[in-house]
Design a binder for this molecule. Sequence first.
Ligand SMILES: [Zn+2]
Length: 74
Amino acid sequence: MSITRVAKVETMAHNRRSSTQYALQGKQCERCRNQSTPLWRNGPRAARELCNACGIKWGNERRREIREKRRQGN
Ligand SMILES: [Zn+2]
């Protein structure tokens, strides 16, 4: 009984993953226009508008800005 249950859950997880990839097809990065990326990341204007590389870069820039602003404020 329990083995059947585990198998069912795994199939559901696979289905969900593949349907997510289909939903992202035709999308492109707001910065480099890259259309294929292992992971879409949040950008300054919208969620998941940047490719993996640009999302990481933007995140680092933003973090640095916040840190500098805090430093200036003090
Ligand atoms: Zn990009």
